[in-house]
Design a protein around this ligand. Structure first.
Ligand SMILES: C[S@@+](CC[C@H](N)C(=O)[O-])C[C@H]1O[C@@H](n2cnc3c(N)ncnc32)[C@H](O)[C@@H]1O
Length: 296
């Protein structure tokens, strides 16, 4: 018997509601075409759907309309051209973070291949930063990768992503408070590192900004977003940990994502705690300060 439902039926349904683009991506996922873009739906609008596909789509579509992010419904998202599993214990990676990944990656690619380098993603969440770096630096030798986070549940998702990307032998995950577990690892490790590259996208929203963006972020873990001291708490913590624990002979590069208005404030904090040799600000496509590179 011919199916009563086609892609066109659901496209009509989707267009009656907001979030049409996300709904199209949801439909692609429901029909097993997550690797296509929405144009596929329009080119194949006569494609027949089963009743089950229609029922599943309508149920999930209701959740999408209610405000639940698409990535939490499907359980994955893409960043830096890679797929990452996510759940409500981790932040959904943002495209802004691609600037952080890209800046750190280009820097590491320019460091001599003969040097022993430790690359640490502090506050790793889904693991998207450390995994993107390890994936793109697969061919390089003499690199060690660490991801750390305070949240055990976040580290479970990071582990799932590491396995999915077949990087188990490359990346170690450690639980702990900001840079503390990484610094302990360095001091206990028998290997002597010539360089340490610390990358972090810590929670950085002030109370005011958290309230301002609340409608868009309310399903994500508050602990991944909100930071005391006007959003600066975790930068201060990171700098003071590095200052008190690190071997002064190792060259350290720190790459940080931050909110648009925080670059100069973080610069002051870095200069207060660390012997800063170089400080550089990178902007996003909207020409707003977004990423810092601090060399000590
Ligand atoms: C903004 S999210 C970043 C997640 C991921 N790196 C990304 O860019 O999508 C911040 C992360 O910091 C973690 N976090 C919060 N407090 C922390 C702490 N004291 N020490 C380490 N990680 C912490 C949260 O669990 C969360 O995973």
């Amino acid at each position: 018997m011919k199916s009563l439902y086609t892609v066109k039926t659901l496209l009509k349904h989707i267009n009656k509601y907001p979030k049409a683009y996300d709904a199209e991506l949801l439909l692609l996922w429901v029909i097993g075409k997550e690797d296509k873009n929405p144009a596929y739906l329009y080119l194949n609008h006569n494609k027949a759907l089963t009743k089950k596909q229609v029922d599943v789509f309508k149920r999930l579509h209701k959740r999408l309309i209610s405000g639940i992010p698409l990535a939490y419904i499907t359980g994955f998202c893409y960043i830096y051209n890679l797929k990452f599993y996510v759940n409500r214990y981790v932040l959904i990676p943002r495209f802004d973070t691609e600037i952080l990944i890209d800046t750190a990656l280009r820097h590491i690619q320019n460091i001599g291949t003969d040097l022993e380098i430790l690359i640490a993603d502090v506050a790793t969440g889904s693991g998207c930063i450390v995994i993107s770096l390890a994936h793109n630096l697969k061919k390089r030798k003499n690199l060690r990768f660490i991801g750390s986070d305070i949240s055990h549940k976040a580290l479970q998702i990071a582990q799932q992503n590491i396995s999915y990307h077949r990087l188990k032998s490359k990346i170690r995950l450690i639980q702990g408070d900001m840079a503390e577990p990484v610094l302990k690892y360095i001091s206990k490790s028998r290997k002597k590192f010539d360089r340490v590259v610390i990358i972090s996208n810590p929670p950085y929203l002030s109370d005011k900004n958290y309230k301002k963006y609340y409608q868009n972020i309310k399903y994500e873990p508050q602990k991944a977003l909100l930071a005391p001291d006007n959003g600066l708490y975790f930068y201060t913590k990171l700098f003071s940990q590095i200052m008190s624990e690190l071997d002064k002979k190792i060259d350290i590069d720190i790459f940080l994502e931050h909110n648009y208005d925080q670059a100069q404030k973080i610069k002051k904090l870095a200069e207060k705690y660390l012997p800063v040799k170089m400080f550089k600000i990178f902007k996003d496509l909207g020409e707003r300060d977004r990423v810092l590179h601090i060399k000590i």
